[in-house]
Write a new protein. Sequence first.
Length: 173
Amino acid sequence: MTTPPGVGSPEMMFLYSGSPEAFEAHRPTLAALGDPVHLGVDPGLASLYDAALLGLMWSTLTGWLHGAALVGAEREEATAFTPFAVRWLTAVAGFMTAYAPQVDVGVYPGDDATVDVQIAAIDHLIHAAVARGVDNALPELLKHTMERAGAAGHGSDSYASVIEVLRNPEGGR
């Protein structure tokens, strides 16, 4: 989970799966590349995590770039915006941690900002971007996904319930 310049850094995560014995036997050598992480015996798990984590990266970076384009339309520099984006990502990480157990059990208490609240909120982003001539493909995609969750009966559930339409594009319940 790095680009070539990160190879060798202990902060960089390298994902492995398959034989735990083989992993342990070669751990010292693998550690020269970065932090070796063993995910389990299923040999395809490391590749699956790689794809899922890259999807998270691309989604996050594209969201940040959209935000930078939005504030940039008002002559605000990305370097001024970025510390706020990074600070916000800490809060977003808290949402992920809180939502993970909901996703695992399939119960989404709407005790925070519900899907319906998020649908209303994203309209502010879309309007701000339209007013500044910024592309809205990503926010429109997100809104569409939220609306599908709402139509599937998750409007008063937490945002984590959006996973139901991601898991089942045809239904969502």
